[in-house]
Every structure is written in structure tokens, then in C-alpha cells.
Design a protein around this ligand. Structure first.
Ligand SMILES: [Zn+2]
Length: 242
């Protein structure tokens, strides 16, 4: 490919490279841009926002109003250009920083359950019968610049939560309605929720661990264990603690 083809309008280039070129040529360091303008420029590409976020591990610094409060919610700020991902030797910069091994370690630690909503791999979302949750890795602090490449920096997320958390637009949820729900919780659950908020992640409880491990057993062993627990629960009148 000759260098004249290195233009953000060239649809033969990957979306991440096109976004990088657009930012370099149309925005420039020290300028703001809107997500709408980015999407309009790189139209016809799915998940343009994600391709832009994928530049961050390559050293690109793009601020949102979450870490630069002077920005409007739809505004972004190009603070620094990182690796020239349009060059062949830098094309993979920042990508594939998650090894297969690390992915497995995180999934195993989290028992193959989304740490944000608790759904397990291939389970159906309660509000979406017939759906099958797909697990992926998310960052513990998705909006922080940079971030560690170590296992501790990642959690298991279902694709739906991952998209919501990473989506710079965030959910168009009315905070008043959320607060009504929070206030409606019994005191014990409010305290529990507060702990989740402080940790910014839903911690795994003992019952989550038991459930997650149970779900990893082969079907026949699960059946056996279910009957075993059924017996235990029946014999103790609801399974009161020993
Ligand atoms: Zn989830």
C-alpha cells in the first residue's frame, strides 16, 4: 500500500487505523471532537467508539468528560497521539495485550460469571429469554487512562455489561429513578450495595462461589449434587445452618 492510501477515507484500512488517521488529520492534538463527528466520518463501521478506545493501549490519550469535567458529555479531547498504528510495524501496538492464559486465569478466578451482573456463560438474560450471555474481559477501571496489563486489572464481564460500561455515552438512565430503587432497598442490601459501589464491582459471595463451582461440574455430577442438597434442605426444614 503506498502512503497516499493512508487516508482516513480509505475503507480498505482497518477501522482502528482510520480512526487514528482521522484524529491526527482532522482533529489534531489539543482539540476537542464529538463522538457524532467520529461516527459520521468512519460511517458504516460497527463499534467505532470501541476502535477509538482501542487506541489507548497504544499510548493515545483521549479524554472524556469523566476525567476532564470541562468537556461536554458528547465531547472528547485528543491530548496525545501514541503509536503510529497506520505504520505496518505499529499496527498491532497495544492490541492482544491479553494473552489466552491470562484470559483463562481471570475467568477461573471469577468462576465464569459476569462480575457486574452475575450472569454465567451461556445463561439467558432475565429480560431477554432465549439469549445466551457471552463472557469477555473488562477493565476494573474502564475509564482510567493506561491501566495495568496484569490479571488484577481485569474482571470477567458479559458482553452486554462490557458494552455498557465501556460505552462512553453511558446509559441514558435518569439518576432520580436509580436513586428511588436504591432507597427502596432494605437496610442490609443498601449496605451491601454501598460495598459494591466502593469496590466498583460486584464481589463474589460464598453462594456465588458455590454456584459457580457447581456449574462447572459435568451434568451427571450436578444432578447428583442437586438431589443431595434437596435431601439436606428437606431433612433440616429449609436447610437451617448447623
Ligand atoms: Zn453482565
Amino acid at each position: 500500500m503506498d502512503s497516499s492510501d493512508l487516508n482516513w477515507r480509505n475503507t480498505d484500512l482497518g477501522a482502528r487505523v482510520r480512526v487514528a488517521l482521522w484524529l491526527r488529520d482532522e482533529v489534531g492534538v489539543g482539540s476537542t471532537f464529538s463522538k457524532a463527528a467520529l461516527r459520521a466520518a468512519i460511517s458504516g463501521t460497527e463499534q467505532v467508539d470501541r476502535r477509538m478506545r482501542d487506541l489507548r493501549p497504544a499510548g493515545w490519550i483521549i479524554r472524556t468528560n469523566l476525567d476532564k469535567p470541562s468537556l461536554q458529555p458528547d465531547q472528547l479531547y485528543l491530548e496525545a497521539i501514541g503509536a503510529p498504528v497506520w505504520d505496518r510495524e505499529h499496527r498491532a501496538a497495544g492490541l492482544r495485550q491479553i494473552s489466552a492464559r491470562m484470559r483463562r486465569d481471570v475467568y477461573e478466578r471469577d468462576l465464569y460469571m459476569c462480575r457486574r451482573c452475575g450472569i454465567g456463560a451461556a445463561e439467558a438474560y432475565p429480560d431477554e429469554p432465549g439469549s445466551r450471555a457471552r463472557l469477555t474481559l473488562g477493565r476494573v477501571s474502564p475509564h482510567a487512562a493506561g491501566g495495568t496489563a496484569a490479571t488484577e486489572g481485569f474482571i470477567t464481564e458479559c458482553a452486554r455489561c462490557n458494552e455498557r460500561v465501556r460505552n462512553l455515552a453511558g446509559l441514558q438512565t435518569d439518576s432520580g429513578q436509580v436513586w428511588e430503587r436504591v432507597k427502596a432497598l432494605p437496610a442490609r442490601q443498601r449496605r451491601e450495595l454501598l460495598e459494591w459501589m466502593i469496590a466498583d464491582v460486584r464481589p463474589l459471595t460464598l453462594i456465588d462461589y458455590a454456584w459457580g463451582l457447581y456449574r462447572q461440574l459435568p451434568g451427571a455430577l450436578r444432578d447428583g449434587m442437586r438431589s443431595q442438597l434437596q435431601e439436606l434442605v428437606d431433612s433440616r426444614g429449609g436447610g437451617a445452618a448447623e
